[in-house]
Design a protein around this ligand. Structure first.
Ligand code: PAF
Length: 283
């Protein structure tokens, strides 16, 4: 595995691989890898000849007062894990190289980005789509892999790729969970022992919603009221949003159907956690 920090070198290596007729899988991350990332790498390794992992804590997607500075970082540990997953290139550029002085171009996806996480984190998706578009131009992958835990992010990136005619297959991969149900996230390390216990409120809410929907309850407002009450029983929990939306438009639904996704963002103490899942079917 080669670790590359220089943008032109990364681009040159990928252009060269394409020239040789090789297929490239790309897993963009902010590092501090966990089993969720490893599932993306595994699928990437399976699908293509060359596997590229990027690790870049992207300042453009963090708002003022958010955790950009304290976001967990451990490149040595990540590199060891990447090597064991068969990564060919680990791309870890500096922020000053990605956003040099005078940088002024941003990618904005309208419509899908204003609600949910976009409402609580203004500018967040503009930062995500900008960096992902830049990384796509550097790596020029055939396949790019994203976790469904960031359900809205995946929908926004699919929209961007379609709208900009990017010749890249965007692959969404299922949420990977701890044994007790907590969705894996690099931010889980922020949780104290008691918060870690209360963080189960999210996956438990999802399980209750699924149970209600499968038992025939199709009134979204009724389901959400039950979940809200259950989450609010946890002293460390503060709901940022709790919605049942159409999987593609991300618009609120009144009635549960096969496209209904429960989306939730909940602060546990100071840590904002996400979870989501379809209410019907086995997705
Ligand atoms: O999901 C993430 O880790 C980030 O938002 C991404 C896609 C790597 C862009 O910085």
């Amino acid at each position: 595995m080669k670790i590359i920090t220089d943008i032109s070198e990364m681009q040159m290596r990928c252009v060269e691989a394409r020239r040789r007729g090789l297929q490239i899988s790309f897993v963009p991350t902010m590092g501090y890898l966990h089993e969720g990332h490893l599932s993306l790498l595994r699928e990437g390794r399976r699908r293509a000849d060359i596997l590229v992992l990027s690790i870049f804590v992207n300042p453009a997607q963090f708002g003022v007062g958010e955790d950009y500075e304290s976001y967990p970082r451990d490149l040595t540990r990540d590199a060891q894990m990447a090597r064991s997953m068969g990564v060919d290139f680990l791309f870890a550029p500096e922020a000053a190289a990605m956003y040099p002085k005078g940088y002024s171009t941003y990618v904005d996806v309208e419509g899908l980005t204003e609600r949910l996480c976009g409402e609580s984190r203004p500018g967040h998706f503009r930062g995500v789509t900008t960096v992902v578009a830049k990384l796509f131009n550097i790596v020029q992958p055939h396949f790019a892999f994203f976790g469904q835990k960031d359900f809205q992010q995946l929908a926004v990136i699919r929209r961007m790729s379609a709208d900009l005619n990017l010749p890249i297959e965007i692959v969404g991969m299922p949420i990977v969970r701890e044994n007790d149900g907590l969705a894996m996230s690099s931010r889980n390390v922020y949780l104290s022992v008691e918060e870690r216990r209360q963080a189960l409120a999210l996956s438990q809410a999802l399980a209750s919603a699924r149970r209600m929907a499968r038992e025939g309850e199709n009134d979204c407002a009724r389901i959400l009221a039950v979940l809200r009450a259950a989450i609010e029983q946890h002293s460390a929990a503060r709901i940022d949003y709790l919605k049942i939306c159409h999987q593609a438009t991300l618009q609120d639904q009144d009635r549960v159907d096969g496209d209904s996704v429960l989306l939730l963002a909940v602060f546990i103490g100071k840590t904002r956690l996400l979870d989501n899942g379809f209410l019907l079917g086995d997705r």
